[in-house]
Design a protein. Structure first.
Lengths: 156, 243
């Protein structure tokens, strides 16, 4: 179980300090999407994933990379700066942090309307996530323009 | 992570957030969250278990039906199949070098792991190695660059070897990452008594391998730098609990 108390004491203290650095963020109006079976779904990861040909994430990056819905997992690398999370499961199976195959299976079974042509990737571990406001809103507009109804946000 | 939910929803796109640290999610209070009791790095629980991953995904999607105000639901199942440091032992024998210099021992260790790495890559059809910009054919250059930082090389100058994807000093952190990727993929060729946790892998690397020794030396040299960004490298190279 990962609650703050379950982490290494140093990591616990670090995360606790980070809670204080998180600015309050105003909620948007409540969004009611269409039924899942009619909805287009995109994935938004903060694992620092990107294609090998993309620029890697720099220190404190707030920018993002696009990941094609039909990406070959062999074409992805992870340039997240933090060393305090497991990468071995990701090495074995991309779906443990970016479940593209699982999403496509639910599209195939009719549970989900469709999968977006593009998914998005940020690098998390930002001391104050309010710094993502400009690029987060930009990705929101891009998703809306692509007809996406639901974004599933996935930390690492 | 959760903050992005607020920003994306402003464009009228509904969001669901997977939460790994519940306290952070409570603080940011996004519209719909599924807290999962899995280790950091594994938000869908377990590699290679499609049924379990689908259960997590469906539980997240259920929030579209059930939540009408900001809601955090707890996923009720732990991830199966993790083996902690107390139960796990490395199944690979690491080489004993005839050349007992740090470089000689490091090279012998890498040479002994290479066949196992190749087995894993063939089985998986991919490698996660290469974030530095180096190809696997340039593994030796990655190792030499990291060894240099453990011994005498500057954290301000790009090492020779490959077309690096980063400038210094950030490259040094990702040289460490690529070497770990190589070791972890070698390890995966012989699963032994199960897939090790992050802690078990760290105890192996920092308790028994020459790589661990090289990483500690490089990280400690980074900490001696006059440059603040270089000093930070230590904390990006060595996980909590191993400083």
């Amino acid at each position: 179980m990962v609650r703050l108390n379950d982490l290494h004491p140093d990591e616990h203290a670090h995360m606790l300090a980070r809670l204080d650095g998180i600015s309050p963020i105003e909620s948007a109006a409540w969004v009611t999407p269409p039924a899942l079976a009619d909805a287009k779904v995109a994935l938004v990861s903060t694992a620092g994933l990107h294609r090998r040909s993309d620029r890697p994430f720099n220190w404190g990056a707030v920018d993002y990379r696009l990941i094609p819905g039909d990406v070959d997992p062999a074409d992805l690398v992870m340039s997240h700066a933090s060393t305090n999370f497991d990468r071995s499961a990701y090495q074995e199976d991309l779906n443990v942090c970016l479940p593209i195959d699982r999403l496509n299976e639910l599209v195939g079974s009719g549970d989900v309307g469709s999968a977006a042509a593009w998914h998005y990737s940020f690098m998390g571990a930002m001391p104050d996530p309010a710094n993502f406001e400009a690029t987060g809103e930009e990705v929101g507009r891009l998703l809306a323009a692509d007809g996406v109804d639901v974004a599933l946000l996935i930390p690492v | 992570m959760s903050a992005l939910a607020h920003f994306i929803e402003r464009a009228g796109v509904a969001t669901i957030t997977i939460s790994l640290i519940r306290e952070q999610t409570e603080r940011v209070n996004p519209p719909r969250s599924l807290w999962v009791p899995f280790p950091l790095g594994r938000p869908f629980g377990t590699a290679g278990d499609a049924a379990f991953q689908t259960d997590v995904l469906k539980a997240a999607f259920d929030l579209l039906e059930t939540a009408t105000e900001p809601t955090i639901v707890d996923f009720p199942h732990d991830a199966p199949g993790e083996v902690g440091p107390e139960q796990w032992a490395c199944p690979l024998n690491l080489a004993v070098a005839t050349d007992d210099s740090l470089g000689g021992r490091f090279q012998a260790e890498i040479d002994s792991l290479r066949p196992w790495f190749d087995v894993t890559v063939e089985r998986r059809g991919r490698t996660a190695f290469g974030v530095t910009g180096a190809s696997i054919d340039e593994l030796d250059q990655v190792a030499v660059a990291l060894l240099g930082l453990a011994e005498t090389a500057s954290f301000a100058e790009l090492p020779e070897g490959a077309e690096w994807a980063f400038d210094m000093p950030l490259l040094s952190r990702h040289l460490a990452s690529d070497m770990r990727m190589f070791y972890q993929e070698a390890l995966a060729a012989q699963p032994g008594n199960g897939a090790p946790t992050h802690d078990a892998i760290n105890q192996w690397i920092f308790g028994t391998t020459v790589l661990g020794e090289v990483l500690q030396l490089a990280a400690n040299r980074a900490l001696e730098s006059d440059d603040g960004a270089t000093r930070l490298i230590k904390f990006l190279m060595i996980p909590e609990g191993h400083h």
